[in-house]
Design a protein around this ligand. Sequence first.
Ligand SMILES: NC(=O)c1ccc[n+]([C@@H]2O[C@H](COP(=O)([O-])OP(=O)(O)OC[C@H]3O[C@@H](n4cnc5c(N)ncnc54)[C@H](O)[C@@H]3O)[C@@H](O)[C@H]2O)c1
Length: 248
Amino acid sequence: MKKIGFLGCGKIGQALLKHIKEKRYGQVVFIEDPFADLPGEPVVRSPREELYGETELVIECCTADVLKEHIELILKHGDLLMFSVTAFSDETFEKKARELCGKYGRKIYIPHGAILGTDGIFDGKPVWESVEITTTKSPKSLGRTDTERTVVYEGPAREACRLYPRNVNVHAAIALAGIGFDRTKSRIVSDPAVSTNAHEIRLKGSGIDIAMHIESYAAGAVTGAYTPWSACGSLDRICGEDSGTRFV
Ligand SMILES: NC(=O)c1ccc[n+]([C@@H]2O[C@H](COP(=O)([O-])OP(=O)(O)OC[C@H]3O[C@@H](n4cnc5c(N)ncnc54)[C@H](O)[C@@H]3O)[C@@H](O)[C@H]2O)c1
């Protein structure tokens, strides 16, 4: 049984909160969210260090900026499962997060989130010669008003993350697992005809060519239908004490 805290509790957070209760994974010590309306839950509107002190695992599902502000407070007291992976495109944050993990002996869990296969991308890290990802979302999801299909960005993943921090967490996860933010090529397409979030991933290396297409209903939201399921699976792999077969 873990003592768990939430930083942000919207679509992903609430799916995980329900899952923690169903699976009896632990006690939710606090939910820090200035706006969440969750009657009966231990919601706090601003950080309280004594609550972080009681917590072994913080689940972040708010924004990269908020995560950056909280990183030392979180890792000083426990491990972190983070969904706002674009935070890692900021080199200062990446350095600080890695140093804090070393200093306090903590782990940061990076979920596969909206895509699949980050474990396999990581396994092939030494062999990738090129890694490309194209994300197609509705203009609403991207915070735009395009009336026709528009390529809104093409270039290194690092800049994609800076421009669209809430929309390209999968680009950040792929960059981290693979060849980094400067060599991973990102493309972002705004298409008013779609109601899904779609990701086309292409990895090439010596004798290897992998293509993945992942599409998930989103209806204008930043988070598609698959992500809450994927988030619960990631939590199972962190907290679950299962027996029998296991996907590794
Ligand atoms: N890794 C992935 O593949 C992936 C996929 C989808 C979404 N995401 C990211 O996960 C995060 C959460 O997504 P979501 O769909 O649950 O978002 P959401 O908008 O449904 O929820 C975000 C929550 O954060 C809260 N919040 C806002 N400001 C806050 C603050 N200062 N402190 C604490 N909480 C605050 C909001 O009130 C809201 O409840 C986002 O950053 C999103 O971009 C990642």
